[in-house]
Ligand binder design. Sequence first.
Ligand SMILES: [Zn+2]
Length: 423
Amino acid sequence: MNVEDRAEELASDLGVDKEEVKDDLENLVSYSVPLEEAVGSLRRKYGDSDDGGGTAPPERDVTEITTEDDGVTVSGVVLTVGKRSIQYQGTEQVIFEGEFADETGKISYTAWEDFGIEPGDAVRIENAGVREWEGNPELNLGERTTIAVDEDVDVPYEIGGDRPLTELAPGDRGVNVEVRVLEREHKIIDGRDGETEILSGVFGDESTRLPFTDWEPHDEIEEGASIRIEDAFVREFRGAPSINVSEFSTVRTLDRAVDVTEEAPRMSIRDAVESGGLFDVEVVGSAIAVRDRSGLIERCPECGRVVQNGQCRSHGAVEGEDDLRTKVIVDDGTATVTAVLDEALTADVYGGGLEDAREHARDAMDRDVVTDAIREAIVGREFRVRGSLSVDDFGATLNATAFDACEDDPADRAHELLAEVGR
Ligand SMILES: [Zn+2]
């Protein structure tokens, strides 16, 4: 059957003008689309639901959608919209992502075209594809999808992307934050188009602080500035959420100063570890052991790795440089974490700096005396540890920024007790 015959048949099936259908068909075929495929595509274009024996996608509540669904139709409210540029099959493509909800639940979506949707829009999405994303079903809105305004419904979720920093999680898109820039530095990276300048640093708000990367440096992001960022997305960086600002984000200076909390959120070690990673957290627990390769150690001058017997894992035989560090296992009864103390924090618990440690080791003709002294000073005591937590296959590591003995030591507690008894 030739194009002419197929066009005639299609036109009568669909009740549309034959010349129009023929033009479309010829056009598709000229781009080497097989005739049958072109016919199918036109049936969809002209809204024939009887797509070669197929049926219209079923209506679903959000919670009913599974990755077994080929296509679905859902009604609800757009919660967030984030715009992002990605590399897809070798070309750069702008996509829109966010969350959508009805009364039963919420689901994330990716739109491959600009449907012009905004947070708060009540819409009916017809013929959305479903794919799996991070273990959950996700709506895939493409050329077969249509979106129409629908009746408003109440959804049990916040509409719009405004979030305090503590509520951000890797994978969030279209988020808005109001923050103070605590640290900012320029970096040159090897990007897709050669060397590119980016910004990185730390944002803070009333709830916590988080690292950020700005891929398209915005002038408003300068140290000390209080700013509002709209349409950022969140990625995982060393196990913790990190805010990503892009060319599509808007940044403006606020006429108020954002308060930044001095404290890190206090958590049980189990909760902290289960979160998968935190940029700034505080735990309280007992130091139960100091691990080997603590105390006076040697680092590779090339890569900073700890050198053992004069050998670096990457660089072979090297002249190691002395450093102080402590790896201490902290237990709060819910779980354990390995806290890593840098030179300054180790000097605090050891009671002396690098020179003192060298002298100590020289006198004893044994570097382990430093480790032993640290062990004696901290094991069995309770500490408040603050820092960045990362979790990997080898366990949880807390890179400490503070390591303080808890004030309520036994002597104080005894005094308190006596005071109470005396009343
Ligand atoms: Zn090395």
